[in-house]
Design a protein around this ligand. Structure first.
Ligand code: DHB
Length: 392
């Protein structure tokens, strides 16, 4: 098998890039370990930045997003038992966030790519990414039928997530990993209940953080800070609701609308960056290169930003062989990556309860939340980063 751009991973990064490259007439093949049904059924992120929505619209894959996505013109920071609203639209000159689940994005991108005749090899496990230091890299894989295969290409894109085969293909002495692990995780639930709040609620409480989000008018997504080593079996439905209600309780009498919980999971929280995001003809994008704690919803959007840069770099390379943008890819992408790292770390540390927090830390955290919700410059900074600056 041969193509110009071999892409490992049919997540947001890989699929968006294949669609962008198609616009330039550049051929790509996507290799994906999981099968299509599994990808399209896995509940992950929910919030799209304005630039991610704009990119999907440009690519002609935003029809369903326009119909079913829910525009959020602001968000709620809840502390001291009261809601404090950040008005994205007003503070950013009209930019907004859109709630549209990642697996719905993936359904739309996969359908669009297959409709173009694009090749996506599902259920295909990469065994080795080799010769990336040469002009003829190769991806060796085991196909869905178990048979070994090889994809020869000019460029390999590692968009295979945090635990994929691509990042390790950069020699350890040619990269630096930056890692921070948080002493808590998120307990996530999906439940059959009506919407509790029109806008997302990021709640800071003495018992720990909670986030009230949504998936559809009938299905709600909620999270609460937990011990990362806890187990979902320890949490009955009653215990979960008691904890969530306690964390959003306040003088205003706010209550969550409860319903049957049909999914529970615990996600660990870490900040991670691999530098550089390139080695020879191998380019990393999305979670393969970096991970953020979920507070602030930057993960999927960073993947979109990475491939926006890659699209331009590969466009120049395949047009006239120029390598300047390819060589500048890592530095260009890392600027936004580190801004998002700062934002995600900041939102996380402002809203969560750290096990070693003192009363001083509690008061300081509340003062910071007062600053962010009570002054224009601080609120504007949060709003701008949340809805995202234009790519580039
Ligand atoms: C969701 C997740 C986030 O991390 C966030 O900041 C907002 C929403 C969600 O899953 O809906």
């Amino acid at each position: 098998l041969r193509t110009q751009v071999g892409i490992v991973g049919a997540g947001p990064a890989g699929l968006l890039l294949s669609l962008m490259l198609q616009r330039r007439g550049i051929d790509s093949v996507i290799i994906e370990a999981r099968d299509r049904e599994a990808i399209e059924a896995t509940i992950r992120a929910g919030i799209l930045e304005q630039s991610t929505v704009d990119l999907m619209a440009e690519l002609g894959v935003a029809d369903r997003l326009r119909r079913e996505g829910v525009v959020h013109e602001g968000t709620i920071l809840r502390f001291g038992g009261r809601n404090h609203r950040i008005d994205f639209k007003e503070l950013t000159g009209g930019r907004v966030a859109t709630l549209y689940p990642q697996h719905e994005v993936l359904k739309d991108l996969i359908a669009a790519r297959l409709a173009q005749g694009g090749r996506i090899l599902f259920g295909t496990k990469v065994n080795e990414v080799a010769d990336v230091g040469t002009a003829a890299p190769v991806i060796r894989f085991a196909g869905a039928d178990g048979a070994a295969g090889e994809l020869r290409c000019d460029v390999v894109i590692g968009a295979d997530g945090s635990y994929g085969a691509c990042r390790p293909a950069i020699p350890a002495d040619r990269r630096r990993d930056f890692l921070r692990i948080y002493p808590f995780g998120w307990f996530g639930i999906l439940c059959e209940a009506p919407v509790s709040s029109e806008e997302l609620i990021y709640a800071r409480h003495e018992r720990g953080f909670a986030l009230i989000s949504s998936r559809t008018p009938e299905v709600q997504r909620m999270y609460f800070q937990c011990d990362p080593n806890d187990s979902v079996e320890n949490w009955s439905e009653d215990r979960i609701w008691a904890e969530l209600q306690a964390r959003v309780a306040g003088e205003d009498g706010f209550r969550l609308k409860q319903g049957r919980i049909f999914q529970k999971n615990i996600v660990p929280m870490r900040s991670f960056v691999c530098e550089p995001m390139q080695y020879g003809r191998l380019f990393l994008a999305g979670d393969a290169a970096h991970a953020v704690p979920p507070t602030g919803a930057k993960g999927l959007n960073l993947a979109a930003s990475d491939v926006w840069h890659l699209d331009r770099a590969l466009g120049a390379f395949f047009a006239d062989g120029s390598t300047a943008l390819m060589e500048g890819y890592s530095a260009a992408a890392l600027r936004r990556v580190w801004r998002a790292q700062h934002f995600s770390w900041w939102m996380t540390s402002m809203l969560h309860r750290f096990p070693d927090a003192s009363e001083f830390d509690d008061r300081r955290q509340l003062a910071e939340l007062e600053l962010v919700t009570g002054t224009m410059p601080a609120a504007t900074s949060l709003a701008q980063t949340y809805v995202g600056m234009p790519f580039g």
